[in-house]
Design a protein around this ligand. Sequence first.
Ligand SMILES: Cc1cc2nc3c(=O)[nH]c(=O)nc-3n(C[C@H](O)[C@H](O)[C@H](O)COP(=O)(O)OP(=O)(O)OC[C@H]3O[C@@H](n4cnc5c(N)ncnc54)[C@H](O)[C@@H]3O)c2cc1C
Length: 261
Amino acid sequence: MNIVVLVKQVPAVSDIQIDKKNNNLVRVGAPSTLNPVDANAIEAAIALKEAVGGTVTLVTMGTALAGEIMRGGIAVGADKGVLVSDEALAGSDTLATGKALAKAIEKIGGADLVLAGKRSTDGDTGQIPPTVAQRLGFSLLSYAESLEVDGNVLKGTRKNNGGLETVEVTLPAVCSVMETANTPRQPKVRGTMKAKRAVFDVLRVEDLGLDAAEVGKAGSATEVTELFAPEPHPVGNMISGDSTADAVKKLVAELASKNLL
Ligand SMILES: Cc1cc2nc3c(=O)[nH]c(=O)nc-3n(C[C@H](O)[C@H](O)[C@H](O)COP(=O)(O)OP(=O)(O)OC[C@H]3O[C@@H](n4cnc5c(N)ncnc54)[C@H](O)[C@@H]3O)c2cc1C
């Protein structure tokens, strides 16, 4: 089974800076890391490879240095990494990013299964897995808590309104996974050495068969016009008393005064 795992480089959360000229995140030079839930997607891929055989290819789209975040995945058993990087991709929204990633997957020979994290910690839209599935014409199983493959069927569970539903889709498919899906394994020394030596294939826009106008800002449907911090939530009202009974009495009085009882 050919498994592709989409992995994203994200800024270390506390260090996010915004470029005031275009309202984009400043990514070049900012400390970065693997999008945390993507480690769960990698773990799911390695576990499936162990169960049914095949290969695991990591694919990331980002800056020239974004490939570095794939080394951890190689260290735990992914076979190779592919970096999609080109100045023409700068400013891509989810539409353009999904388009480029889908083309990259086709370029490297397609996949039986594409795994991704449920959301990134920076863009946080959760739109990439469905966009890639739609572009490739694959089934989609989103927000998987568990997954297994039986023949050409991908079976997963996901939370829904307090319950757990089981979903089956036919391969080829895209599946986004939750951080509760598994516990990512730690690399062994041999894997770490292999990861250090890994060389990643680089795909530019022309390699994807795309025109520069189809990606980047020109190929994007959205424009960030303003960025602002959300209003802070009002501080809650702490009710205390000499005893639990006293505190409850005060709470009841407070709720009654607001016509909430
Ligand atoms: C107007 C606009 C301009 C933007 N300009 C830039 C820019 O210049 N540079 C830039 O980096 N971003 C830019 N972005 C953000 C970029 O579009 C999103 O980060 C990207 O489309 C992914 O969306 P997301 O972060 O919401 O991913 P989600 O859909 O929340 O991510 C879910 C999963 O998809 C996979 N995934 C997501 N992104 C990638 C990726 N790049 N490579 C591989 N796998 C991935 C991961 O598995 C991830 O866990 C811009 C966005 C907008 C709206």
